[in-house]
Design a protein around this ligand. Sequence first.
Ligand SMILES: NC(=O)c1ccc[n+]([C@@H]2O[C@H](COP(=O)([O-])OP(=O)(O)OC[C@H]3O[C@@H](n4cnc5c(N)ncnc54)[C@H](OP(=O)(O)O)[C@@H]3O)[C@@H](O)[C@H]2O)c1
Length: 229
Amino acid sequence: MRAVIMGGTAGIGLAVATRLTGAGLAVTVTGRDPGRLAAVRGQVAAAEQLDGTIEADVAAFFERLGPFEHLVLAFGPATAGFATVKSLSADRLRSVVEPKLYGYLTAVAHARVTGSVTLLSAGSARVARPGTVALAAVNGGLEAAVRPLAVELAPVRVNAVSPGVIDTSWWAGFSEEQRAAQFAAVAEATPVGRVGRPDDVARAVEYLVHADFVTGTVLPVDGGLTLPR
Ligand SMILES: NC(=O)c1ccc[n+]([C@@H]2O[C@H](COP(=O)([O-])OP(=O)(O)OC[C@H]3O[C@@H](n4cnc5c(N)ncnc54)[C@H](OP(=O)(O)O)[C@@H]3O)[C@@H](O)[C@H]2O)c1
């Protein structure tokens, strides 16, 4: 059984790669940075350089690969850029929305996947936090796309996991102090009392990869952060 994890060289994607490899799948991870790719070679079946936003390269990659069972889409905008709508230029908006929204749908269009597709969206799709407009737009768009994709691609199953705040390199754009303050505030607001770890999300992705009777769902993995109160 083969799985491809696009954005599998760090953070949540790497945790998914580790879990699926442990479960006996032959995992190919993709990413852009050669250092990160080199670091994971040996831990997974294959690690290939691929920018998920370049359609011609994505198409060629999947053509080379041929049919495989499970696709996990775990790449996204580079930094946790928070900005209110009044401070968003069209270029900034595009840099957040396009790579993930277009990248994920382009990958789905080209992948010759036979079993399941699991997308990483985000809790920002379902909350009203100032500064998260662009993230809400991209992740809300993806969550809305899950159901029609599940019908269009059937019998291939399509689901999303929607994480809350997870401690990964995605937060590297913040200073140490800003990140600590942000994480402390989130832990305080989260019913389970902490921010997430990559493996919290990977366990949910592993479940969906194997859940033969589950399709068209969005599974929040956020410690209860997005519960309406
Ligand atoms: N961390 C959170 O708090 C959080 C919360 C909710 C949702 N999410 C979502 O979960 C997903 C994973 O986030 P993460 O926190 O694990 O991020 P991360 O630690 O920054 O890891 C992102 C991974 O994707 C790769 N990547 C980035 N841009 C890429 C591109 N254009 N083409 C191919 N690979 C690319 C990165 O490697 P290279 O940079 O070397 O390419 C890396 O392997 C994202 O969609 C993110 O929006 C994260």
